[in-house]
Design a protein around this ligand. Structure first.
Ligand code: PFF
Length: 452
């Protein structure tokens, strides 16, 4: 343990840094496609319920563990209880699995940014454009490599502070643009209002175990939970800052942006595809298929589309930087090798996992893992398997070994902890039981034993 750990300056510093890591492709690309696929309003409802219960409890626990131990995930669990060291190790695996495929999607964003700035809105709005693009071999790989290289250069040169400053301006602007695009679609396009209803009004007949499985995986992913990140951030947090308030602010911010992104994309699916089931369920491509269509018909769409993708690109880049930083520091701490070498190793891992993820849509499309495309498989392994395992182990550890009181004491250092009653109940009873059920059902379904 270092004698004096540096800490975030100012009250807002912690929330901004954590929100910068939390807000990314998870909010803008992943949340809308899951909400569209898994029942619209019912997904939204389940997500919000999970966010204010599980999400809140887990975020508070992780930040408090970090602040208490002043260590990042691996060291923190080891210091608190040797038997739970494996949780820190498992958590650290998650960013390593996410980063490669995150960079593949970052590459898609880059392609759209370049396309719009080259005035190709009309071409990009064609139904077959996205499919043809990811179905080609070299271009998606090239975009992936450029995105990965940009991330690596920033991490290696340590210029991420500059990027952070830029993205602090970009983030509010991104929110304004999302609201503007959503408003434009909803108020000017026929059928869009049906999309708003689909997205906001819960239809209980659309509820399935998959709604909960996907909402929970998304919650972990989007809020950077169950992957050690919030533990690390907590270790840099000053004692006088309120953990409870910070956790609530990050959640509100993160969920707010995800909600708005859904409002921008789902009504457009209704306006352009009449809410067709196949269009709603198309998955990872949803954002890339619907947005160009809006920009194509919008006055000034080329400029707005370009600006929009520039901002999404920055949001993705800040997230990929924090993912790479995390992995690099894990290697650096664990194997005591210099950062440059660590970075090269991480790039090697990204190539080994990212290239198959990209090729899974083209040359290797026949190759399936558990019936899934490679990118979907990595997404499933991290979001639906490893993160729930980490969350389950964390809640059991905090609920029964460390005891909720330890966390409550840490959280109460600065302030009274208003929701401590709810925290204890969720972390001891609700979280372990629900996560276990969800984990078992998602794994059994992936192996085809049950259908959910
Ligand atoms: N939470 C990010 C998103 O929603 O895009 C993903 C992420 C970024 C996870 C950075 C972890 C991380 F360190």
């Amino acid at each position: 343990m270092s004698a004096k750990r540096s800490s975030f300056t100012g009250k807002i510093g912690f929330v901004l840094a954590a929100a910068g890591s939390a807000v990314g492709l998870g909010n803008i690309w992943r949340f809308p496609y899951l909400a569209a696929k898994y029942g619209g309003g019912i997904f939204l409802l389940v997500y919000i319920v999970l966010a204010v219960t599980f999400g809140f409890a887990l975020m508070v626990a992780e930040i408090a563990i970090g602040r208490k131990t002043q260590l990042s995930a691996i060291g923190a669990f080891k210091a608190l209880d040797k038997r739970f060291s494996f949780v820190g190790v498992l958590a650290s695996l998650v960013p390593m699995i996410i980063l490669p495929y995150y960079s593949v999607i970052g590459g898609w964003v880059l392609k759209y940014l370049v396309g719009f700035s080259a005035n190709k809105a009309g071409e990009m709005a064609q139904d077959s454009y996205f499919g043809n693009y990811i179905g080609s071999v070299s271009e998606p790989i090239l975009c992936f490599l450029v995105f990965l290289a940009a991330t690596a250069v920033i991490v290696l040169c340590g210029v991420d502070k500059g990027i952070e400053t830029v993205s602090k301006f970009m983030m509010p602007l991104l929110v304004v643009m999302i609201i503007f695009i959503a408003g434009y679609t909803i108020f000017t396009m026929d059928g869009a209002i049906d999309g708003v209803i689909y997205y906001i009004k819960p239809d209980f007949s659309k509820f399935s175990v998959m709604t909960v499985v996907s909402a929970m995986g998304q919650l972990f992913y989007s809020m950077s939970l169950a992957m050690g990140i919030m533990i690390t951030y907590g270790s840099y947090m000053k004692k006088e800052i309120s953990i409870e308030k910070s956790a609530s602010q990050i959640e509100l911010f993160d969920t707010g942006i995800a909600f708005l992104a859904g409002l921008m994309i789902i009504p457009a699916v209704f306006a352009f595809f009449g809410g067709d089931e196949a269009a709603l369920g198309q998955g990872p491509g949803l954002m890339f298929v619907t947005l160009p269509k809006i920009f194509d018909v919008m006055p000034g769409g080329t400029v707005i589309g370009t600006l929009f993708f520039v901002m999404v690109f920055f949001a993705a880049l800040t997230s990929s930087i924090s993912l790479m930083e995390t992995v690099v520091s894990i290697f650096h701490d664990k194997f005591k090798i210099n950062r440059k070498l660590c970075c090269l190793i991480v790039i090697g891992i990204c190539l080994a996992l990212g290239l198959p993820s990209s090729l899974g849509y083209s040359a290797w499309s026949e190759f399936k893992l558990l019936g899934m495309q490679v990118l979907d498989f990595f997404d499933f392994a991290s979001n639906s398997v490893i993160m729930p395992v980490v969350a389950l182990a964390t809640s059991i550890f905090v609920g029964y070994f460390l005891k909720p009181k330890t966390i409550i004491d840490e959280v109460s250092l600065d302030n009274t902890f208003k929701r401590k009653g709810m925290f204890s109940v969720v972390i001891r009873y609700v979280a372990p039981v629900c996560i276990l059920l969800i984990l078992i059902s998602s794994v059994l379904s992936a192996f085809g034993v049950i259908s959910i």
